[in-house]
Structure formats: structure tokens, C-alpha cells
Design a protein around this ligand. Structure first.
Ligand code: ZN
Length: 186
């Protein structure tokens, strides 16, 4: 099973990354309502989204694809119907309520909300990203097959990989092997 990772620096891009290899395999990580429930908890949006059904899953996948369409085509310039629809969907999600944060007597922080609040958080994050200067730092992973997006918040602005374990290490290993081979030929 592919595990969820949170390497994008933005919630909306982490959600977009729950479909991997978008130019080839289209590996879906949110297959069942339970996958979505796990993702929302690991993403620390809400502690318990309550019962998640297939409709909830479909809603989240729908907004995810709208986010992906929008960030790949932003700024829209002369938008076609698909881009306009994606914009409307992301804006609609951003109008939903946000998770409530509360404290317990023992001092624990609780994040309370259901799928509506999860979508609200994602929509708000997407609008915030697209409407801010940080958008100019959004990159796609340098691994040609990988379609993960992230914001490069490094000082050098030279980040190339979605996450070292996933792509950077593989690249480094390949470079290392190549160098070894060249050395042994020489
Ligand atoms: Zn990658």
C-alpha cells in the first residue's frame, strides 16, 4: 500500500498528490472512504471526520481534481469551460466552514469538523496559494514521471524533488551508479 506523504508545503497540493503519476499510471491513493478518513487525520485537518461515505469521497476527489487543474493552469488568461468549472469548484469549497479548534481540560488541542470542514480547509488553502506571491514558488517534482507539486520555500530556491525518499534518493542513486560505471570504465 502506498502511504500518504505530506511534502508539498501546502495542504491543497498534498491533497493533489493523493493521485500519483498523473501522466502515466494514475495511481489513486484515495480508493475507499476509509482512505479518505485516514488522510484527513494524518493531514491534521480534523481529528475525526465522522462517518465518511462514498459520496464524501467523491466530493473530495472532485475538489482535488479542480485544485490540480487550477494550479496547473494558473493564471487562467483566457479560460475554457474546464478551467472555469475548476475555479468555481475551488471557490465553492473555500466558502465552506473551516474546522474548529478547541482545547480540552487537559490542555489538548482538538480539531473538530466533518468532510465539509475538510473541503473548506482545502478550498481556503488553494485560494490562498493562488492569490499569493507564494504561487510563483510552486514546482513540479524534477522526476519526470512524478507529478507531485510543492512550493519551494528553501532560501536557495533550488528545491527540485517532491521528497528525498521518494524521488531525490532514487535520482542520487542512479547518478552514483552512473559515476561508478564511468570510473570502472576509465
Ligand atoms: Zn517526486
Amino acid at each position: 500500500m502506498d502511504e500518504f506523504v505530506f511534502v508539498s508545503g501546502r495542504l491543497c497540493l498534498d491533497l493533489a498528490g493523493t493521485q500519483l503519476w498523473r501522466r502515466s499510471l494514475h495511481t489513486e491513493l484515495l480508493v475507499t472512504p476509509d482512505d479518505l478518513r485516514r488522510w484527513t487525520v494524518l493531514a491534521e485537518i480534523v481529528d475525526d471526520p465522522g462517518s465518511v461515505d462514498s459520496r464524501g469521497l467523491e466530493r473530495v476527489r472532485h475538489v482535488r481534481e479542480a485544485v490540480y487543474t487550477l494550479v496547473r493552469r494558473w493564471p487562467l488568461g483566457d479560460p475554457d469551460a474546464a478551467a472555469e468549472e475548476a475555479l468555481a469548484e475551488v471557490n465553492e469549497a473555500a466558502r465552506l466552514p473551516l474546522p474548529k479548534i478547541q482545547l480540552t481540560k487537559s490542555g489538548q488541542l482538538m480539531r473538530v469538523g466533518s468532510i465539509d470542514e475538510v473541503l473548506g480547509a482545502v478550498g481556503r488553502d488553494a485560494v490562498d496559494l493562488l492569490g499569493s506571491a507564494q504561487f510563483s514558488r510552486m514546482r513540479e517534482c524534477a522526476n519526470q514521471d512524478c507529478t507531485r507539486l510543492f512550493v519551494d520555500l528553501s532560501r536557495s530556491r533550488a528545491r527540485r524533488w517532491c521528497g528525498m525518499a521518494e524521488c531525490g534518493n532514487r535520482h542520487k542513486a542512479a547518478t552514483y551508479r552512473k559515476r561508478k560505471k564511468q570510473q570502472s570504465v576509465a
